[in-house]
Design a protein around this ligand. Structure first.
Ligand code: LMR
Length: 444
């Protein structure tokens, strides 16, 4: 009965991983999906030989040894600790959660995203329901809006996360776009109507409004009585663009990236209302949306999040681990810019001996790489400063789909066809390979 079906295309983002998995090349690199990967680095410091000292005008050398641990997604220590606590607690059962999910998780999520001091939180004007990560939260919000909001048109940024248009149109909303990104400046196009807003670390561009621009957006939204729907998939990867005084709004939260709970599918939808009474009526309607979709959400991931958020020391441990992830991504940006824009760094003479080790001269101010030297200058044409100006997990490189296809075919580097690369998927070991590929794609 299904003979007439044609094969559906792979998803533009998750399909990149499918193609990557099929590639037998040992140098293949997956920079498609926005998922954090880690690496172990060993630094070896030593004194330089006298003659070499004169040549390089420095006394020490440093070797960086990369230990490839399989590029597995990182499970945070604090998450492992929370899971252990849950396992050891014999009073815990696997009963169905209520339709709206775990109560503690919902309260803590609203406080995390809106701030514990938010008047909306304090006055009980927020309804929060646990959903299936960011996508599930968006979809429940979209279904709710399609049923109960007087306007059925939603404006989403152009470009935006590839799943956004489908989530909203399948819920019955009519999807229109507003200009967000200016390809000429590789920055923000600060003009146009707005409804769906990425709360921080815009996906795919990595370009966020400044605080001043956020304020202008807020005033514009208010003056036109538009309803903001924030998608917060990368909370704490950069500064949140919203908090107080947005009035009525919807917020979809995900704990995939910031707690590394990708496969647990943990998220929340919060709706800020005018009064506690409206909030409770909104909740009753959300239950009618959720029950026929998936009845009630899963318990495990939400329990992990609640355990971490309600314990002060675990919360602190989480923020430290999160900062380490964010710092590694920032350092990938700095080093990529140095590698292929400023100069191609050559390994020193003992390349034969250390064929897998690259030696760089790098000068840091604090944790910022300000100067790199050691090789011939073959800078890649163009201005690539957006690599360090953009924020969050992604760099929107500006490479076109032909250049991306070339890099996949010749260098086995996998990324979305719009030129987005997940910086979280890079490591010091793989950076030079990416730098070579970009240089070749731009100059061929
Ligand atoms: C991404 O944009 O890579 C992530 O949000 C993963 C996904 O589901 O698309």
């Amino acid at each position: 009965v299904f003979d007439h079906l044609v094969r559906a295309p792979e998803d533009p983002i998750l399909g990149v991983t499918v193609a990557y998995n099929k590639d037998p090349s040992p140098v293949k690199l997956n920079l498609g999906v926005g998922a954090y990967r880690t690496e172990v680095i060993l630094y070896v410091l030593g004194l330089l030989h006298d003659q070499v000292k004169i040549l390089y005008q420095c006394e020490f050398f440093s070797l960086i040894l990369y230990v490839d641990i399989g590029r597995k997604p990182l499970v945070l220590n604090v998450v492992r600790r929370a899971e252990q606590m849950l396992v050891n607690d014999s009073s815990r059962v696997k009963e169905y959660l209520p339709i709206v999910g775990l109560s503690d998780f919902n309260k803590l999520s609203a406080k995390l995203i809106l701030g514990a001091d938010s008047p909306a939180v304090q006055e009980n004007r927020v309804t929060t329901v646990q959903c299936l990560s960011g996508t599930g939260s968006l979809r429940v919000g979209a279904e709710f809006l399609a049923r109960h909001y007087h306007q059925r048109t939603i404006y989403i940024p152009q470009p935006t996360w590839g799943n956004h248009p489908k989530v909203f149109s399948l819920a019955g909303l009519s999807v229109k776009t507003y200009r967000y990104y200016d390809p000429a400046t590789r920055g923000l196009n600060f003009k146009g109507a707005i409804v769906l807003l990425h709360a921080c670390a815009h996906n795919p561009t990595g370009v966020d409004p400044t605080l001043h621009q956020w304020e202008q957006i807020r005033q514009l939204m208010r003056s036109k009585a538009l309803l903001p729907f924030f998608d917060s998939a990368y909370q704490m990867h950069s500064r949140l663009g919203f908090r107080k005084r947005w009035g009525e709004c919807l917020v979809a939260q995900s704990y995939a990236k910031n707690m590394g709970l990708y496969g647990e599918r943990v998220g929340a939808l919060s709706i800020v209302c005018r009064s506690a009474d409206v909030a409770s009526r909104v909740e009753s309607q959300l239950k009618l949306v959720i029950r026929p979709m998936y009845s009630n959400p899963p318990i495990h991931g939400a329990s992990i999040v609640a355990t971490i958020l309600k314990d002060r020391s675990m919360f602190q441990e989480w923020t430290i681990e999160l900062k380490a992830m964010a710092d590694r991504i920032i350092s990938m940006r700095q080093q990529l810019l140095m590698l292929y824009v400023v100069e191609y760094l050559q390994p020193l003479n003992h390349r034969a001996l250390w064929s897998k080790v690259k030696c760089y001269h790098m000068q840091y101010v604090g944790s910022n790489l300000v100067k790199a030297s050691g090789g011939a200058n073959v800078g890649t044409p163009g201005d690539w400063s957006h690599i360090i100006k953009q924020i969050g997990m992604f760099t929107f490189t500006g490479l076109n789909s032909k250049q991306v296809a070339f890099m996949t075919k010749e260098y086995h580097i996998y990324m979305t066809s719009d030129g987005r690369i997940s910086m979280a998927g890079l490591s010091l070991r793989t950076l030079p390979h990416l730098a070579d590929a970009i240089h070749a794609a731009v100059t061929r």
